[in-house]
Design a protein around this ligand. Structure first.
Ligand SMILES: NC(=O)c1ccc[n+]([C@@H]2O[C@H](COP(=O)([O-])OP(=O)(O)OC[C@H]3O[C@@H](n4cnc5c(N)ncnc54)[C@H](OP(=O)(O)O)[C@@H]3O)[C@@H](O)[C@H]2O)c1
Length: 217
């Protein structure tokens, strides 16, 4: 298993539910965590609110300071934000957990993405970064719930750089209960992002925060 001890984690859009949830779990696991936002003040407030020792700053400062950067913004703002941070993110592992979804009366559905998926869009913009797709199916509610000691799911990790996917698998396993499972090349990220729409349907029908487990490995 790759050693991720001491790796600092930056989270773009870390003021949202998903960013705060991941920040909390990684901070509890002993990682230095930097929450990013378009506003340094909102970032600081979010960092203080998770009560686990994170710091906050503007997205650009977080992108340049952190060893590994997670993108946790809505799909709407995804491409423009990454275009503005190309230089800061160069050479780094960038983990995309963005699910391009629409919602209507029938529930959630996958949006078409010109590049194939949000993760491929990130890779097309960040040509000097090592883009990995992961954490699409982890519920922010579960990550934030202090009564959940072990998060019961596998995190599918996709990418074209084996060292980078191994690092992100190890990072996922810093969250108690989670297993990081290699899920294929980045060109197969669309299905993983789109599957979130199905999981949201499961959650609504069964009033749950469902996760996935891969068997026989
Ligand atoms: N929520 C979940 O359970 C969950 C699970 C798995 C994956 N995800 C994915 O994680 C991402 C974040 O989800 P979320 O629920 O945390 O979303 P969110 O709360 O709607 O947004 C997260 C943060 O993104 C920033 N943001 C919003 N619009 C932006 C824009 N146009 N440009 C730059 N930054 C913008 C905001 O921070 P500032 O205003 O402070 O900049 C906001 O607090 C989504 O892509 C989602 O698909 C979510």
């Amino acid at each position: 298993m790759t050693d991720v001890n001491g790796l600092s984690i930056g989270i773009l859009g870390g003021t949202g539910d998903q960013g705060k949830g991941l920040a909390r779990r990684f901070a509890l696991a002993g990682h230095p965590v930097l929450i990013g936002s378009r506003s340094a003040q909102r970032a600081q407030e979010a960092a203080d609110s998770i009560g686990a020792g994170a710091a906050g700053d503007e997205n650009a400062a977080v992108a340049s300071q952190a060893d590994l950067v997670i993108v946790a913004v809505p799909y709407d703002g995804h491409k423009a934000l990454l275009e503005s941070l190309r230089a800061e993110l160069a050479g780094k592992i960038v983990v995309d957990c963005v699910n391009p979804l629409g919602f209507d009366k029938q529930g959630a559905y996958a949006l078409p993405v010109e590049e194939g998926s949000a993760a491929q869009q990130a890779a097309a913009v960040l040509t000097a970064s090592r883009v990995v797709a992961a954490f699409h199916h982890v519920s922010a509610v579960v990550l934030m719930d202090p009564s959940v000691e072990k998060v019961d799911l596998d995190v599918l990790v996709l990418g074209d750089d084996r060292e980078a996917t191994s690092t992100v698998q190890a990072l996922a396993e810093a969250i108690p209960g989670v297993r990081g499972v290699y899920g294929g090349r980045l060109r197969n990220a669309h299905q993983v992002e789109a599957l979130t729409a199905n999981i949201i349907s499961v959650n609504r029908r069964y009033k749950a925060h469902a996760g996935l487990r891969i068997t026989d490995i």
